[in-house]
Design a protein around this ligand. Structure first.
Ligand code: UTP
Length: 300
């Protein structure tokens, strides 16, 4: 049983300035919830019981969000707003939260290394705090990764998503051996130069590893920006002959990366449109705006 996850949230989120000047990008709302709440709910549904957040400066609001707010609960229970209590149901999730600080932002690999003591000798999941899987986090990906890990002899599994060829330069990209949904990874490259990607399968923000990954991270040289990349550590494991698998996102699921404005805006719009209560009104307004912009007739 794999019940632990590390969620790195220590990045500075500079691509989302000024929104992220004093608040974590992982706390930006997408529809009604902050991004990181979707991530935690997804992990809880996959059977994760302990989550370690690797935080940094100005990330206190993440701790506050997952804490009980007795004052707010009392205020809502005593007043006319009892129906809003349902919005705080997530506080009762059966998950224990732990926090550690990455003292200097030295990259994702370094952030994961901060979780070594937490992981102990057991395999664990890594879930990026700025990426949601599936619309409204309705994803079976991590559960499938855990099942595949338990059935196969491998030291790691990485979720991957098929992306357009001109997008591979923004992600870690794998070279697969085979074409099925679950395959062995031959090699991987962090942000390949245009035209140099080994495939269109991009790492989708969810990983599962045995603690052997920590030794590989310790042996990983920082890149030219001084960051220790998790992708480079995984390459070291491949170089040592360890078996690592890739799992394509289940059909119908997507990775929503909110790390840049283009995809943050698009994700917000998609989630807001799919909101069962507010979606129809958002759609109406959006159609009005689009018609005005395209100068279409009202029934066009
Ligand atoms: P990104 O690669 O998007 O980096 O992080 P970033 O620093 O947050 O963003 P930009 O490039 O300045 O806009 C991917 C995930 O890894 C975490 C981030 O919090 C995010 O969830 N991360 C990244 C860390 O925890 N520590 C780091 O040093 C870097």
């Amino acid at each position: 049983m794999i019940t632990s996850a590390i969620v790195p949230v220590a990045g500075s989120g500079t691509r989302l300035l000024p929104a992220t000047k004093s608040q974590p990008k992982e706390m930006l709302p997408v529809g009604k919830k902050p991004v990181v709440q979707y991530v935690v709910e997804e992990l809880a549904r996959a059977g994760i019981e302990q989550i370690l957040f690797v935080t940094g400066k100005a990330k206190h609001s993440i701790e506050n969000h997952f804490d009980y707010d007795h004052e707010l609960l009392r205020q809502l229970s005593d007043g006319e707003k009892k129906e809003l209590l349902a919005e705080l149901e997530f506080e009762r999730m059966q998950v224990s939260f732990f926090y550690t600080r990455q003292r200097r932002q030295r990259g994702l690999g370094d952030a994961v290394l901060c979780g070594q003591r937490f992981a102990g000798q057991e395999p664990f999941v890594i879930a990026l705090g700025d990426s949601i899987l599936g619309l409204h986090a309705d994803s079976s990906c991590v559960a499938q990764m855990i099942a595949a890990f338990e059935a196969e002899q491998a030291c790691g599994i990485i979720a991957v998503e098929e992306v357009a060829p001109d997008m591979t330069q923004h992600y870690g990209v794998v070279r697969p051996d085979g074409t099925g949904p679950l395959f062995a990874i031959e090699d991987l490259v962090e942000k390949p130069a245009p035209g140099q990607a080994p495939s269109n399968l991009a790492i989708a923000g969810r990983y599962l590893f045995t603690p052997i990954i920590f030794d590989a991270i310790r042996h990983t040289k920082p890149d030219k920006r001084g960051e220790v990349q998790l992708t480079d550590a995984i390459r070291i494991l491949r170089g040592r002959g360890y078996r690592i698998l890739g799992l394509k996102l289940p059909p119908g699921e997507r990775r929503y990366d909110i790390g840049n404005f283009e995809s943050y805006f698009a994700t917000f719009l998609e989630f807001a449109l799919a909101d069962p209560v507010y979606g129809p009104e958002v759609k109406k307004r959006l159609l009005e705006l689009l018609r005005t912009e395209a100068r279409l007739p009202a029934d066009g």
